[in-house]
Design a binder for this molecule. Sequence first.
Ligand code: PEP
Ligand code: MG
Length: 893
Amino acid sequence: MTKWVYNFGSGKADGRADMKNLLGGKGANLAEMSNLGLPVPPGFTITTEVCTHFYSNGKTYPDGLASQVAEAAATIEAGLGKKFGDETDPLLVSVRSGARASMPGMMDTILNLGLNDRTVEGLATRSGDARFAYDSYRRFIQMFSNVVLDIDHHNFEDILESHKEDKGLRLDTDLSAEDWKSVVGRYKDVVQEKLGKPFPQDVKEQLWGAIGAVFSSWMNQRAIIYRRLNEIPETWGTAVTVQSMVFGNMGNDCCTGVCFTRNPSTGDNEFYGEFLVNAQGEDVVAGIRTPQQITVQGKLAQNSNLPAMEEAMPVVFKELDAVRHKLEGHYKDIQDMEFTVEKNRLWMLQTRTGKRTTKAALKIAVDMAAEGLITREDAVRRIDPSSLDQLLHPMLDPDAPRTLLARGLPASPGAASGRVVFSAEDAELWVKNKNEKVILVRAETSPEDIGGMHVSEGILTTRGGMTSHAAVVARGMGTPCVAGAGTIRVDHNAKIMKVLGQVVSEGDIITLDGSAGEVYLGAVPTVQPNVSGDFATLMEWVDEFRTLGVRANAETPLDAETALKFGAEGIGLVRTEHMFFDHHRIVAVRQMILSETEEGRRKALATLLPFQRDDFAQLFRIMGELPVTIRLLDPPLHEFLPNTEVEIAEVAAQAGVDIPTVKARSFTLHEVNPMLGHRGCRLGVTYPEIYEMQAQAIFEAAALVSKETGKPVSPEIMIPLISTKAELDMMKAVVDKMAAQVFAQSGITLPYSVGTMIELPRAALMAGKIAESAEFFSFGTNDLTQTAYGLSRDDAGPFLEIYREKGIIEHDPFATLDQDGVGELIAIATERGRKTRPNIKLGICGEHGGDPASVEFCHRAGLDYVSCSPYRVPIARLAAAQAALGGGGSGTK
Ligand code: PEP
Ligand code: MG
């Protein structure tokens, strides 16, 4: 017979802490505390398997459950010498949910179950406190009616309020036993009226009603949404814990509270918590009374004039402090505990791993390693890599009030406020002429917005996903970005945006939280990141453990410096096209692409050469001897075409041709599917002079810097969007030709390598062949995802969200690598590439390079390095260390 029910309490238990999947977090830890000999009110846990059975069998229970519950209840009765439903000394229980992962407040709880018109009298006599007994009964009726009988809270709250008003009473504590008796009578009347039958008096019926309601609450709307937001699978189900009640509200020698073994917001090793005298658990949560501090130190820190538990109940406090040490020593992590003191006797109701801020998580991990409680490996495994984001960017002041306007994707972390502008030009005007901080709001951005994006504090788009232009560029710049906020309608002409009936005009202030994907009305204050000593210490340990290299995608000196500051070991991708949009160069770029002759193109390219040389020289100077992978021009020519009349006129003037000629040429270059069109190496094949100019600039810059520093600069030149070896060979010949030319002219010969991006499925499949020519591969997983799925990285955001909601995909494949499909292409290319060229260098430079789960995959796939935006370098380093250590990554979510 399957065991559906697990007992605990009285110094022993059937379960253990490592049985969370079966008993839920609460049930498993209650069992563990019982086994540790801590004072736990006896009870039992009905397993999550019963929940699974319940939902797959039309809300029915498995055979044998009823008898196992009856047996477990009898064990509690025997242990406590009380009986369920007994009129003289009734056993009362709480019925609570408990899933594998904590879902605070999302499911239902019932307290004081077992009270009815007769047992309440028994409780009154036994406790010698009729007021307490009737107060408990009315709480039970209200909770049970709400959760099990589906009668809204307000029916009961109205009765209590009107009773208080009639009697001129202010607080609940002002009500006498007679008052509560009368309230109880009226509560029962409500139930009779709403249901047409009386409030259930049979305690067994109460128990099964409560168990059913708690299982049912697994599927309530709150729980479903919470699970979706926190990626908790529906299949886990909840356990139900039935536990004998202890009362913190039986007088002034009773209390109830919540405490942490360390301070969860700073991480300081100090006992931290709050309690309420003469109160039941929900009073603490409800926040009606001001709680008191557990310790005198806490009381002083809070400037509280209420006595601390350490002063008011010194004996029990000592006991609780001993429990604190015992639990932390046992679990080797910060614990969040709930307790009740009934008539000076301490009872532990719950313990779990304490949630903490990232700052606290780092301090706790580093301190615990120093204390010898955990190893450095454990410390590194403890930190959720994504949570480091909080430390690397300014964030919203958690205490500041705010008005939410819209939600989108958390495309680039950090928080910023500014005045709304609707075009890149306006962004530059407002910043330069009016000296204002701006937030650029666009339907989506394009490369020509780069100037405006650069000067903006934050970027908000209403379309596009995590790898949309706005998202990628903003992440690279470290600028907060919320992308794809679909409820916002932008009217560029009127310079307004509308959200749910609210109009925001140009110049109005909004705030973006790019870490949460939220948009707020008005200015919300931010707090600066605090990269403390613990952060640095932990990152040193991280580097000891990881084997995967971490580089950054960077193209500006600022990016490169930021990357170095965050520990990058080189640049894995310089996207040279970003350099082309600078307003000093864009006209020459346009002139080049619109020219119909090679001669015309070469003329325009000659203007660009010194700019490019200078760009590369700056990067080489900053990066010293670290590797720098420069990718030759990649984006569709289409993206550089002039759009406005002014832009067209500018190009015409500079090229010395008339406006209709520019327009006609522009028209012929226009593409229906630019992302699959004239881009990548296809540009180099059709216009080799472009790649010649870029290669010349790279080698001249390398020679220059190498002369300056006396140290070799060894560029890695990368050809994008290869699908055949022939393309690569042709482009490599261009690069080699320019290298020979520059080396001959400068008298310096430098080492360099030529490799390719693997970002098309054909390239992955042909990797064995391509590796005959390529000295390195860098997986461009943005395009590889786009082409493997046939999904536009710029347009897929909105419907991918629906796919996620419908469970077709688990994650946005542009944010977290699709390990099954795209990952298989990487595995194939890795194997075939290495077979041809065993020492081929392999890296990844798509957005996935900074995503912890994808980094873990890259480690397993045997890549040499990942490359990500500078701000994600620490995240990638930590994820790489966790991958090397194994068993990490769960972090402190
Ligand atoms: C990629 O495709 O993954 C890549 C890094 O290149 P880009 O995002 O510039 O197309
Ligand atoms: Mg690409």
